[in-house]
Design a protein around this ligand. Structure first.
Ligand code: GDP
Length: 424
């Protein structure tokens, strides 16, 4: 059975923890989109890890982890991450798709220079090279992993590629050119490093499905950062929806039977773009300080995350566009300090109340409509049974569930893997 775990919002919903928990029951965990531009935080008996590229199944020795064709494969980032995980004594199996594409040095440079050039119009990129990488992929000039093992073809391709890139570097950005031979030699070295992990992962997965294996598709970021359906252009450059799991992993769409969308008990977002229910000043600082396991600061960049109330309009859209079959709400414990809890239940625009998510221009103008629910004002960390939560906390979950229209089957009340409450 194939199950997908995806974000219902702007990312950082706590998917890493849920994936890590679900991975235990899986045979295979797959990254099918994105790249090393976001991070899952996983806390377990080996330590605290921010995984950017490695699938969350790496902490379970019996699981096969796959970096599938839909991923931007940054081999330097992968090496760093493998080093970190291995130095904590973790042993794992990793397979890399022969059709994944390789992220190159110029992708990171172009991402960085373009953000500098755009100044106050910048996208808030993590500068991991993702947008230039996917531009090259869809312009059909990217390099698939199998090409690394065809030396003559690779050299020819790299040479042609850098003729164009160097013009851009020199004349648009006024930056040093890149020596294509350096890139080529580095790629040969990288090819050697990943060689034993490279395989046809789509075939591996199709066979695993036939054998009845449990497969987990691990999404990165969230619905509202999806290239097509998110807050364009403040989105990421690869689809974040479970539906793309079929393309990004190379499996039949009808095999994705369960879609678990993760949402936080409040909102957080990184990068630019509209964020209707955003808090500012002390209200924001208080929530940011208390959020997540170490405050709301980006796992990849350390940047303070933007925070706000739970947004039922954005989240209902987020779970619907994911096709979620169930929802997990994380970080409920974070709200324990509040006397009353605001929930955004509509957007007000030109005197009208909207319940549907809007296009980016209108989101900028929309004002949040809040309902206030009573807080529970007691620490709920460590509670092991959903029924033992304070009534106000359960009412909060009921309220949100009704608004978003999909069953909240799990609630998380602490960063540790064990802090999960199942809700009947
Ligand atoms: P992801 O990208 O969706 O995996 O999200 P991140 O891992 O970057 O961000 C989620 C943050 O919330 C991490 O710091 C987690 O350790 C933390 N976290 C996850 N679930 C909970 C929870 O229930 N309570 C608290 N306090 N922190 C949580």
């Amino acid at each position: 059975m194939v199950k997908a775990i995806v974000g219902a919002n702007w990312g950082d919903e706590g998917k890493g923890k849920i994936t890590d928990m679900c991975a235990e029951k899986s045979d295979i965990v797959v990254r099918f989109q994105g790249g090393a531009n976001a991070g899952h935080t996983i806390i377990n008996e080996h330590g605290r890890f921010a995984l950017h590229l490695l699938p969350s199944g790496v902490f379970h020795e019996n699981i096969t982890n796959i970096i599938a064709n839909g991923v931007a494969l940054d081999i330097d980032a992968l090496r760093r991450e493998i080093g970190e995980v291995e130095s904590a004594g973790v042993k794992f199996t990793l397979r890399i798709s022969d059709r994944a594409q390789v992220l190159l040095k110029h992708h990171i440079l172009l991402d960085t220079y373009e953000e500098e050039r755009l100044k106050d119009k910048k996208f808030g990129s993590t500068k991991s090279g993702i947008a230039p990488f996917f531009s090259d992929k869809y312009a059909k000039v990217g390099i698939q992993v199998w090409e690394l093992y065809n030396k003559e073809m690779l050299l020819e391709k790299i040479k042609g590629m850098y003729e164009k890139i160097n013009v851009t570097l020199k004349y648009l950005y006024n930056k040093p050119e890149i020596d294509y031979m350096q890139v080529y030699n580095k790629l040969l070295e990288d090819a050697e490093y990943i060689k034993d992990m490279v395989t046809d992962t789509s075939k591996l997965l199709r066979e695993a499905i036939k054998e009845g294996k449990e497969i987990l598709l691990e999404g990165q970021l969230g619905s509202l950062k999806d290239t097509d359906h998110g807050i364009y252009p403040y989105v990421t450059s690869s689809p974040t929806l479970a539906g793309y799991g079929s393309v990004g992993a190379g499996i039949p769409p009808y095999e994705i039977k369960e879609i678990l969308a993760v949402t936080k008990a409040y909102s957080s977002a990184v990068g630019e773009g509209p964020f209707v229910c955003e808090y500012f000043g002390d209200e924001a600082e208080e929530l940011r300080k208390r959020g997540g396991d170490k405050g709301e600061y980006g796992a990849k960049t350390g940047r303070p995350r933007r925070v706000g109330s739970f947004d039922t309009v954005a989240t209902r859209y987020g779970v619907e566009i994911q096709g979620a079959t169930q929802v997990c709400m994380t970080c409920l414990d974070v709200l324990s300090y509040l006397d009353t809890i605001k929930v955004c239940t509509g957007y007000e625009l030109d005197g009208k109340i909207y319940k549907d998510f809007l296009t980016t221009d209108l989101l900028y103008k929309a004002k949040p409509v809040y309902e206030e629910l009573p807080g529970w004002k007691t620490d709920i960390k460590g509670i092991k049974d959903y029924n033992d939560l304070p009534k106000e906390a359960k009412d909060y979950v009921d309220f949100v569930e009704k608004q978003i229209g999909v069953k909240i089957s799990m609630v998380s009340n602490g960063p540790e893997r064990s802090s999960i409450l199942f809700r009947n």
